[in-house]
Design a protein around this ligand. Structure first.
Ligand code: CO
Length: 134
C-alpha cells in the first residue's frame, strides 16, 4: 500500500544552524526557511536525489512540535512520511487493521498542500507516521 518515502521530518532547536549543517557539512541542496503559520512550523527543505528531509522549528505559541522540542532539546527525528495513492482507502485499511489514525480521521492539507493523515507511533514501531496522497 505505501509507496515512496516522501520525507523524514527532523525537529531542530536552531533552524539556521541545522540548515548550515546540511548545506555545508553534508553538501545538500537546502531551501530558504519557509514559515507555515497554519501548521505552526517554519520549514527548511533539504532536497536529496531520492527523498527530502524537512527541518522543522516551532512557529507560534500553539506549535504542535513545541512539546517535542521541550522533551528533545537537542532536536530529533519527528516523523516519516510515506506516499499513498488514495488516502481515504489507506485510512480505512489501516483502521480495519487496528491502527490508530490521529485526529478526527479526516485528511487535511499538509506542508505540501496535499492531503495527509498521521498514525499513532505506538502502532508503528515507536515512530510517528504521516501518509500523504500524491
Ligand atoms: Co511531514
Amino acid at each position: 500500500m505505501i509507496g515512496r518515502l516522501n520525507h523524514v521530518a527532523i525537529v531542530v532547536p536552531d533552524l539556521a544552524a541545522a540548515a548550515a549543517t546540511y548545506r555545508t557539512t553534508l553538501g545538500a541542496r537546502v531551501s530558504a526557511p519557509l514559515p507555515l503559520p497554519e501548521h505552526g512550523v517554519t520549514t527548511v527543505f533539504v532536497e536529496l536525489d531520492n527523498t527530502k528531509i524537512e527541518l522543522l522549528h516551532p512557529l507560534g505559541a500553539a506549535s504542535p512540535i513545541a512539546s517535542f522540542l521541550e522533551r528533545n532539546p537537542a532536536g530529533g527525528m519527528h516523523h516519516v512520511c510515506y506516499e499513498v495513492a488514495d488516502i481515504r482507502a489507506a485510512r480505512d485499511r489501516l483502521a480495519a487493521a487496528g491502527a490508530r489514525v490521529l485526529g478526527d480521521g479526516e485528511p487535511r492539507p499538509g506542508a505540501h498542500g496535499k492531503p495527509v493523515l498521521f498514525l499513532h507511533p505506538k502502532d508503528f514501531c515507536g515512530t510517528l507516521v504521516e501518509i500523504e496522497q500524491v
